[in-house]
Design a protein around this ligand. Structure first.
Ligand code: ATP
Length: 582
C-alpha cells in the first residue's frame, strides 16, 4: 500500500472539525488497508512504531531531523533552523523545503507503508557508535523518496510530533466497524485491548482471525493491563451504601502507581500510562525479584519516596524529582523509594483478574515476603461508620491523603481499564468546597498583555466527556504559573498547536491559539459554579449553562503520567458539584 494513501488520510483528519467525520475517515482507511499490515497502520496513526509499553524510541532529535531536511533539500542547516523558529512545526518546514528539492533519485520508487515502517524501525533500532550517522542516512533516503506531503508526516513521526488527537477507543470503534461490520462488537475489542494495551495486536487479530480469536486473549506477563481506577466517595455512609455494608479500607498513598511484571529474574515496571519505566527504578526491580516468591506474577502497588532515617513517607513531588536527576544511581541514593503492594492480577499461569478482590489479596500475601522496602498496603475490613472514620484518621496521621475502599463482594473482579464503583477514593476535603484538585487538558490559549506580552495570558482547559469522547471546557487558567514557567509555555506547547479548534473539543469560547488535546495539568479552584460560557455538563444544572471552576489556579503539577482521556471526567465534575451543594 502506498504511503501517499496514509498521508492523504492524515491531511483530511487534520482538516476536519467534526468528530464523526474523523471516525468515518478512519473506517475508510482501515477498510482499504491490506490486512497483513493493519497493525503497522494503526501504530503509525498513533504516531508510534510499537505500543507505548515497548521501550524503543525512534531517537531522532529535532536537530538530526533538521540536518536531514537540509541535506535532502540542498539548503543550509541555518535556513532550516530559521524556518523552524518562524513556523514552529518541523513537519511544515520539511514540506515547504521539499517542494524545492532536487530531482528525485534515478531509481525513484513511490514510498510504500511497508518501506516507511521498516526504515523507521531500522532507525529506532540503530544504537551505539555511529548510530547517529546511520539514522541520518536512513531518514534522508526516506525524505528523498517522499513527496513533500509525505515528508511532512515522516518528519512529524520521527520527532514524535504526529499528534492527530485520536483516542485509542475511537480506533477500536473504527476497527469494529471496518472488520466486524458493526460498532456493537466494540466491547470484545475493548476487553482484548484492556488486557494487552496493544492496539496494533488487537487490530491484526480482528482483521486476520476474527472476533473469536480476540475473545481468547489472556492476561500475559510483559503486556501491561490497563489499570483499574476509582470513583470518588464523599462520606462513610455513602461508602457503606455502595459497598453493600462491608468493604476493605486501605491507606491511600501518595506516590506513583506501578504494575510490576515478573518473569523469573526479569522484571518490567509499567506506569499508570503504561509506559515502561523499569529503567527509572532499579531498586524496585531488585526488591521485587528478591521478594516476590512466584516465578511469574503481575502485581500492582504504589511506589513512595521515603525518609530512610525515620521511615516516613514523603510526598509525591519528592519521587518525581528522580526524573530530573541525571544518573539513576544518584537518583536512588538521593530519593530512596519503596513499594506498597495492593493487588495481584496473575500468579504463575493463573489469570486472577476474574477473581474477587479478597482472593487476589490473599494470593498476593502468599507470594510476598515483606521487608523494609516492600510491604502490603495496610488494609482492614470495615462495616460501620466509626470504623471507617477511625481508619481514615489513622491514614491521615500516617501521612496519607485519605483512604481507598474496595468491594469484597463476589463480583469484585479486577476491571481492567475502567473507573467504576468497586473502588472508591475518600479524601476529607470532598466534604466542603472545592479543595480537591482536578486534572484538565490544555485545549487553547489566550495571548498575554502587558507584563505577559509575548507569552500566554491564560490557558483554556477542558475535562473529558467519555460518553461523547470529546473535551468540554471548564475554565481559563492564568494563575499559579511561575514567571519562568509562563515564559516557556509557548515553547512547551508549540508542537501541539493546530490552526483551528480540534474536532474533539467542544467550546463556546474562541481561543487565540488552539491545541491538540494532549497535555494534562492539575488545577484547583475555590468552587464549582454555574457558567454561561463553558461546555462542561452543559444543561445539567440549567438549560444552556455548564459548570465551571471559579478562581482556578495551576498547582504546579504537570500530569505527564496521564493521557488526555485520563483527565477528570464530566461525570466526576457533576458528582463534585452535587457534593458541594450538600
Ligand atoms: P486516578 O489514578 O484515580 O485517575 P489520580 O492519579 O489523580 O487519579 P487519585 O484519584 O488521587 O489519583 O487516586 C487514585 C490513585 O491512588 C491510584 O491510581 C493509585 O496510584 C493510588 N493509590 C494509593 N493507594 C492505593 C491503594 N491502596 N489502592 C489503589 N490505589 C492506590
Amino acid at each position: 500500500m502506498l504511503f501517499s494513501k496514509i498521508a492523504d488520510f492524515y491531511e483530511k483528519i487534520e482538516a476536519t472539525t467534526k468528530r464523526l467525520e474523523m471516525i468515518e475517515l478512519l473506517v475508510d482507511l482501515f477498510s482499504e488497508t491490506p490486512r497483513e499490515i493493519i497493525d503497522k497502520v494503526v501504530y503509525l496513526t498513533t504516531g508510534r512504531l510499537y505500543p507505548l509499553f515497548v521501550p524503543i524510541e525512534l531517537g531522532v532529535s529535532e536537530k538530526l531531523a533538521m540536518r536531514s531536511i537540509a541535506m535532502v533539500a540542498g539548503v543550509s542547516l541555518k535556513d532550516v533552523e530559521n524556518a523552524l523558529k518562524e513556523v514552529g512545526d518541523l513537519g511544515l518546514v520539511a514540506e515547504a523545503f521539499m517542494k524545492k528539492k532536487r530531482q528525485a533519485s534515478l531509481f525513484y520508487q513511490p514510498l510504500t507503508i511497508e518501506t516507511v515502517y521498516e526504515t523507521l524501525d531500522r532507525i529506532a533500532r540503530e544504537s551505539g557508535e555511529g548510530s547517529v550517522e546511520a539514522k541520518l542516512k536512513h531518514l534522508s533516503k526516506l525524505l528523498l523518496d517522499g513527496t513533500p506531503k509525505e515528508d511532512k508526516y515522516i518528519v512529524r513521526i520521527v520527532v514524535g510530533a504526529l499528534r492527530l488527537g485520536i483516542a485509542d477507543y475511537t480506533i477500536l470503534d473504527a476497527l469494529a466497524v471496518a472488520f466486524t461490520g458493526s460498532r456493537e462488537n466494540r466491547p470484545v475489542l475493548e476487553r482484548a485491548y484492556n488486557i494487552t494495551s496493544d492496539l496494533g495486536l488487537v487490530a491484526k487479530v480482528v482483521a486476520t482471525e476474527g472476533l473469536e480469536a480476540l475473545r481468547n486473549f489472556k492476561v500475559t506477563v510483559g503486556k501491561p493491563v490497563r489499570m483499574m481506577l476509582a470513583q470518588r466517595a464523599s462520606s462513610p455512609e455513602e461508602i457503606l451504601e455502595r459497598m453493600g455494608g462491608r468493604c476493605s479500607a486501605e491507606y491511600k498513598l501518595d506516590g506513583e502507581r506501578m504494575q510490576i511484571h515478573k518473569d523469573e529474574n526479569r522484571v518490567d515496571i509499567f506506569s499508570r500510562r503504561l509506559e515502561n519505566i523499569t529503567y527509572q527504578y532499579p531498586d524496585i526491580v531488585k526488591i521485587t525479584v528478591e521478594n516476590l516468591t512466584a516465578r511469574r506474577a503481575i502485581v500492582e502497588g504504589e511506589c513512595v519516596a521515603i525518609n530512610t532515617n525515620t521511615g516516613e513517607m514523603l510526598p509525591f513531588q519528592q519521587l518525581m524529582r528522580r526524573r530530573r536527576v541525571y544518573g539513576i544511581e544518584e537518583a536512588m541514593e538521593k530519593y530512596p523509594a519503596m513499594i506498597y503492594l495492593f493487588d495481584a492480577l496473575l500468579i504463575e499461569d493463573e489469570d486472577l483478574t476474574g477473581k474477587p478482590y479478597p482472593e487476589r489479596r490473599r494470593r498476593l500475601a502468599e507470594v510476598t515476603r515483606e521487608e523494609e522496602r516492600i510491604k502490603l498496603v495496610k488494609a482492614e475490613i470495615v462495616d460501620n461508620v466509626e470504623a471507617i472514620e477511625r481508619f481514615f484518621d489513622a491514614a491521615i496521621e500516617n501521612g496519607c491523603e485519605g483512604i481507598m475502599v474496595k468491594s469484597i463482594q463476589q463480583d469484585s473482579i479486577y476491571e481492567a481499564g475502567s473507573r467504576g464503583y468497586k473502588w472508591l477514593k475518600f479524601k476529607r476535603e470532598y466534604k466542603t468546597e472545592m479543595t480537591d484538585t482536578i486534572d484538565v487538558v490544555i485545549v487553547g490559549a489566550y495571548m498575554g498583555k502587558g507584563k505577559r506580552a509575548g507569552s500566554y495570558g491564560a490557558l483554556l482547559v477542558a475535562v473529558y466527556d467519555d460518553e461523547s469522547d470529546t473535551f468540554k471546557t471548564i475554565c481559563k487558567v492564568g494563575t499559579g504559573f511561575s514567571d519562568e514557567e509562563l515564559e516557556s509555555l509557548p515553547d512547551t506547547l508549540k508542537s501541539y498547536q493546530i490552526p483551528h479548534k480540534h474536532p474533539r473539543v467542544d467550546s463556546k469560547l474562541k481561543a487565540d491559539i488552539w491545541f491538540t488535546p494532549a497535555k494534562v495539568i492539575e488545577i484547583i479552584g475555590a468552587e464549582l459554579t454555574v457558567s454561561q460560557v463553558h461546555t462542561c455538563a452543559l444543561g445539567y444544572v440549567k438549560k444552556d449553562s455548564g459548570i465551571a471552576v471559579r478562581f482556578p489556579r495551576f498547582t504546579g503539577r504537570w500530569r505527564d503520567d496521564k493521557g488526555p482521556e485520563e483527565a477528570t471526567t464530566v461525570r466526576e465534575i457533576i458528582e463534585m458539584y452535587e457534593q458541594q451543594k450538600k
